[in-house]
Design a protein around this ligand. Structure first.
Ligand code: DGL
Length: 247
């Protein structure tokens, strides 16, 4: 089984990408919707919650967790990998930074939660890999999280919020990172107002996973392949899985 963790809605999108790429895999999506949104919590709370759930998942015999939540990654991945190098957790933020490097972008905007912006994760990771700086402009876009969490589908409302955020971007920006798992749910609305490259960290991560499995065949082999998906939501509110086209 391949385990995916997120605070909630956005993880369904990550799961969809994974199912398309690896249709025969068994997935377990663990959504901590009892504690969503992570993006408005303190660094300490985010780290504690993420560690709590990762420990729980690994105690249940999991071999690899895809940490789909940008906010959780920002405050836990480095420490986790240092403390538990054998308990493999892949964060979606790093493949997004690798994409920026591959494309030689020099001016990049990041839309993310308050906590992710505050953590400066994208520019820190860029520096850790390249020892160089580029212009990262990061703005918190929490209204988008609210819309998605409240399952707003009114195109006019969605477009208004997105266009107001996009208007803040200067003309010479080369790419926009949707630095929150939730945002790609509105990808077509973003594309309407932003005509340059849009980087979706979950999508990039799924592409990189193919490479990862090539290097870690033991992990690939350990994943059950019965075409099954299970969803666990920690909160009272549940999602109708059919809405998100989850098998
Ligand atoms: N999953 C979170 C992220 O990717 C967004 C929602 C939240 O604030 O929990 O940052």
């Amino acid at each position: 089984m391949l385990w995916v963790f997120d605070s909630w809605f956005g993880g369904f999108q990550t799961l969809k990408y994974l199912q398309n790429k690896f249709p025969d895999f068994d997935f377990l999506f663990y959504a901590d919707n009892a504690n969503v949104p992570y993006g408005n919590k303190s660094p300490k709370e985010i780290e504690e919650l993420t560690f709590k759930w990762l420990n729980y998942l690994f105690d249940n015999g999991v071999k690899l967790v895809i940490l789909a939540c940008n906010t959780a990654s920002a405050y836990s991945i480095k420490k986790w990998q240092k403390l538990y190098p054998e308990k493999k957790v892949l964060s979606v933020t790093i493949p997004a930074v690798e994409k920026i490097i591959e494309k030689w972008y020099k001016k990049v905007w990041v839309f993310a939660t308050y906590a992710t912006v505050y953590s400066d994760i994208y520019s820190r990771k860029y520096f850790e890999i390249t020892w160089d700086f580029i212009d990262f402009y990061q703005i918190p876009t929490p209204k988008l999280v609210d819309l998605i969490e409240n399952q707003v589908e009114d195109e006019e409302i969605i477009n208004n919020v997105i266009s107001l955020y996009i208007e803040q971007l200067p003309n010479d920006v080369e790419a926009l990172v949707l630095g929150c798992t939730h945002y790609p749910i509105y990808l077509k609305n973003f594309k309407k107002y932003f005509k340059k490259d849009i980087i979706d960290p979950s999508q990039e991560s799924v592409e990189k996973l193919v490479e990862y499995f090539r290097k870690h065949n033991d992990i690939y082999e350990s994943i059950w392949k019965n075409w099954k998906t299970k969803i666990v939501e920690t909160g009272e509110r549940k999602i109708e899985s059919s809405e998100y086209n989850v098998k």
